[in-house]
Design a protein around this ligand. Structure first.
Ligand SMILES: Nc1ncnc2c1ncn2[C@@H]1O[C@H](COP(=O)(O)OP(=O)(O)O)[C@@H](O)[C@H]1O
Ligand SMILES: [Mg+2]
Length: 272
């Protein structure tokens, strides 16, 4: 298992000035098989604990109880080289790509630096070569993006570059927390499609975190439904939509807009 959560619980607050303790995650299990890449969607409304789950998977937060593991070892116990290997193997795509860019550096630096840090390139020249090929993977032209500053790009371009950067590092797992919620509706399907295609081509697992059950169904093999920090339903994507077992999942399905015939997802969804 590249990454795994076992009975993970996260509480915030408490202490002298922290106010009452509040559980943001309760007993969450999540495992990505090492053998075959999977796309797992985590669906839940705002405040259900999705970003807390993301931060656990990325080692940015420690569980209050339970475990967050990488290759069977507690993330909090990893040091030095292991931590670096894990940081490369598990890559993030965040909701707000602007927040992930350093505004004073040109875009190419965002690609060149990690290529060096994670040892994908031996020197600056090799790193530049990698950085130059990365944008094409997400349908961007290097000439239109690399020499620019983040504010000179559109939100859609920035989000695509985040995906390009993550994939360039040859991870095993991508964790994408609401990757298209800040992007114009007209671009969402295209960006999700390129995310889906890249993960498939590169044989990565994807944890796609979203409040949107429709896109979860469109791209995922497996769906987890979260409510108040708890996974209330999980299973094969088709089964969850066709035969939801939890009343909350049924509510979410009932609230789905009718399929938009003008959007061609270009994704095959296996029928049972
Ligand atoms: N750093 C924090 N300190 C205190 N409470 C937090 C913190 N981060 C998240 N929470 C709380 O935990 C719950 C889950 O938040 P979050 O994981 O961000 O949900 P989502 O991403 O699904 O909107 C919310 O009630 C939120 O207010
Ligand atoms: Mg969130």
């Amino acid at each position: 298992m590249p990454v795994e959560l076992r009975g993970a619980r996260v509480e915030f607050g408490g202490g002298l000035f922290g106010g009452p303790r509040k559980a943001a995650l309760v007993g969450v299990d999540l495992a990505l098989p090492a053998e075959e890449p999977r796309i797992i969607a985590v669906v839940g409304e705002s405040g259900s604990g999705k970003t807390t789950l993301t931060r656990l998977l990325l080692g940015l937060l420690r569980p209050t109880a339970g475990s967050a593991l990488w290759r069977g070892r507690e993330l909090s116990s990893l040091g030095g080289e292991d931590w670096r290997a894990y940081r490369r193997e598990v890559q993030a795509v965040f909701q707000d790509p602007f927040g992930s860019f350093n505004p004073v550096y040109r875009v190419d630096r965002m690609l060149v630096l990690p290529a060096l840090t994670f040892g994908l390139a031996r020197d600056e020249q090799e790193a530049r070569a990698l950085a130059t090929t990365a944008p094409a993977a997400v349908g961007l032209r290097p000439a239109d993006t690399l020499g620019r500053f983040p504010h000179q790009l559109s939100g859609g371009q920035r989000q695509r570059l985040m995906v390009a950067r993550a994939v360039m590092l040859r991870p095993r797992v991508l964790v994408a927390d609401e990757p298209v919620s800040m992007v114009d509706a007209s671009l969402r399907a295209a960006i999700l499609e390129s995310l889906w295609q890249l993960t498939r081509e590169a044989g990565l697992s994807l944890v796609y975190i979203t409040h949107d059950l429709a896109t979860a169904y469109a791209i995922a093999d497996e769906i987890l439904v979260m409510r108040h920090g708890e996974v209330v339903e999980r299973g094969d994507a088709v089964a969850v939509i066709r035969r939801p077992s939890h009343p909350y999942t049924r509510e979410l399905i009932a609230a789905l807009p009718p399929p938009d015939p003008t959007v061609d997802w270009g994704l095959e969804k296996a029928e049972e």
